[in-house]
Design a protein around this ligand. Structure first.
Ligand code: PMP
Ligand code: GLU
Length: 394
């Protein structure tokens, strides 16, 4: 009997973030004392008021299939959130609730892309973008940025990457993995280029919007001329520490929202009932309710930058949001550490796992082979210990 998988799945890479987290778990089960800084997952508990809403939903028997695009009152709460935080006027018909922002992104790719359509990905980009685009038979077109420009794509770079086949631009701000935050002026610069190319759509992944240490998150859809061509993606995994509850959503032109609902209706149906009910409470609460987590991430960022900055060979910028640092470690390439030859970022991340017992993720997975990603969604004690182990190992 043939047991070969489809070309589609064979051509896909395994998610490097999830693979590293699984490897760290496996080593821990073998008794190794691994500090996991590989997964982008807040280490806080879900705020109590959200748990209360979930328990209430169970008692109120929210147990049936949900509407494919999400409960109506949740979609209304999402519209209010978009208005309150992003100055965006979406109506419920433009909103689709999904099983995590990852599904939202997948839906959009499947609904908008035809084979061979090009999607511009400023690199570094979040690990799953390129595989999601490829699954939808699109072609990822990477635009490399470096630490020297704070890992941001300039309008000139965007202009150069556009071809007659360009269908979309995908990016995240605050960015996973670099933590970079695009300012209003920078977004206006990109919008200015796009104004000359009215057929290009934009996916703006804003899942880290609240984890922003400079304040003033700007949605590109709120910039002149961008609303009709932007799909704004968001979710509750990061800001509300609800990664396992799996709720994400989009605000988009209605025809795209309709397409996503049609797809979801054949794939997963509506998202989990209890999680959806609890997200109403999360989104209706003032942002001040989660400020303690943002403040803690801010402190940890400063700590991590200070400690990593003391290690020779780590080149750092100052990430303004999310909970990652993305040091350029290319100065180690071509060297031998403790008998191990380091040729690239994957070798370096593996070396840190085996010789420092610290799990990070290679920058190659994010389209930037000179860097590694370190998540600081961990306690100060763990971060101090991890970085002192890294310092000793290099
Ligand atoms: N976008 C970015 C930039 C992310 O870091 C994540 C984290 N997994 C996601 C989307 C997906 O989030 P989720 O599916 O947990 O909502
Ligand atoms: N977004 C997180 C990360 O980048 C979670 C892992 C994942 O969904 O791939 O680590």
């Amino acid at each position: 009997m043939r047991t070969d998988l489809s070309d589609r799945i064979n051509n896909m890479s395994t998610s490097a973030t999830l693979a590293m987290a699984a490897k760290a778990r496996e080593l821990r089960n073998e008794g190794k004392d691994i500090i996991g800084l590989s997964l982008g997952e807040p280490d806080f508990n879900i705020p109590e008021f959200i748990k209360t809403a979930a328990k209430q939903a169970i008692d109120d028997n929210f147990s049936s299939y949900t509407p494919v695009d999400g409960y109506g009152d949740l979609k209304t709460a999402i519209c209010h959130k978009f208005k309150r935080d992003n100055h965006l006027d979406y109506s419920p018909g433009q909103v689709v609730v999904s099983t995590g922002a990852k599904q939202s992104l997948f839906n959009v790719a499947m609904v908008v892309l035809n084979p061979e359509d090009e999607v511009i990905l400023p690199a570094p980009y979040w690990v799953s973008y390129s595989d999601i685009v490829k699954l939808a038979e699109g072609i990822p077109v990477e635009v490399s940025t470096s630490i020297d420009t704070d890992f941001k794509m300039t309008p000139g770079q965007l202009e150069k990457a556009i071809t007659p086949k360009t269908k979309m631009l995908w990016f995240s701000s605050p960015c996973n993995p670099s933590g970079s935050v695009y300012s209003r002026e920078e977004l206006e610069g990109l919008a200015h280029v796009l104004a000359k190319h009215p057929d290009i759509y934009v996916v703006s992944d804003e899942i880290y919007e609240h984890i922003n240490f400079v304040g003033g998150h700007v949605s590109i859809a709120a910039i002149d001329g961008m609303y009709e061509r932007t799909i704004t993606v968001n979710g509750v995994s990061k800001a509300f520490a609800m990664t396992g509850w799996r709720i994400g959503y989009i605000g988009a032109p209605e025809w795209i929202a309709k397409g996503c609902t049609k797809l979801q209706g054949q794939v997963t149906s509506g998202a989990n009932a209890i999680a959806q009910r609890s997200v109403i409470a999360a989104l209706e609460a003032p942002v001040s309710q989660i400020q303690y987590m943002i403040d803690e991430f801010h402190q940890r960022r400063d700590l991590v930058l200070q400690l990593l900055g003391e290690i020779e060979g780590f080149k750092l910028n100052v990430p303004e949001g999310a909970f990652y640092v993305f040091p350029d470690v290319s100065s180690f390439f071509g060297k031998t550490l403790n008998g191990v030859a380091i040729e690239n970022a994957s070798d370096f991340a593996l070396y840190l796992l085996e010789h420092a017992n610290v799990a990070t993720v290679t920058g190659e997975a994010f389209g930037n082979p000179g860097c590694i990603r370190i998540s600081y969604a961990a306690s100060e004690e763990e971060l101090k210990e991890a970085i002192s182990r890294i310092a000793a190992a290099v």
